[in-house]
Write a protein that binds this ligand. Sequence first.
Ligand code: PLP
Length: 261
Amino acid sequence: MTRPPVVLSIAGSDPSGGAGIQADLKTFSALGAYGCAAMTALTAQSTQGVTGIHVVPADFVRSQVETLVADVRLDAVKIGMLAAADVADTVSALIPSLRCPVVLDPVMVSTSGSRLLDEDAMAAVRRLVPLASVITPNLPEAAELLGGPVATSVGEMRAQARALLDDVGAQRVLLKGGHGNGPESVDVWADSSSTVELTAPRVDTANTHGTGCTLSSAIAPLRPAYDEWLPAVRAAKVWLTGALQAADELSIGQGAGPVHH
Ligand code: PLP
């Protein structure tokens, strides 16, 4: 009998399968982990956008996680869409019971422009940030967390990644530059000892739905195989680049299709 890394996603559902819980579970499987999932919200969603959100009551989010951790030992957790302030605060209170590394993707707005986090939930997400082992904001999310402008250069990204450590209390940051321009996709890693740029060729595909979720969710199942975070993050980025390069093999829906998990 084998026991692969057991990874829990606490996130929202995307019925189109490109983002959210569905993307997380596919990513965990592709990377050899056993995926578990607790849902914070249901979305009505296709490759063309989000048409509705139904938030799971915070107490029931707690029940899902408590029931699971009473039985299953977790090796890593990824937190995605939190939807509402009381859900975010409930997840914060659950962190000590998880007893494993936690990757927090501070999901706020979908690429198609729908809010996935209530405006008044920002303070709750900021409270959660210092409790996570690593946070993985994209450029607009970093700007919202810092209450400043969106970074437009790698130099500004480096400064914002450090500010997320120093001013918002993050333990480690992967600032995802996928929303930027240029021939390369540059992410910035920052922890207490270093600030490092991670580069990969920018992949030319329209099928980018869920790219940010997928990079964050690749880190969680890879972390148990490495002693440190940075090699796991580098491996996750290499894997995501392959998933983007293969994305055009899939033809799903009429909008922005998914990456190839
Ligand atoms: N839907 C859900 C449930 C998500 O968790 C996310 C991102 O985390 C999205 C949609 C957004 O994906 P995208 O920005 O690729 O549209």
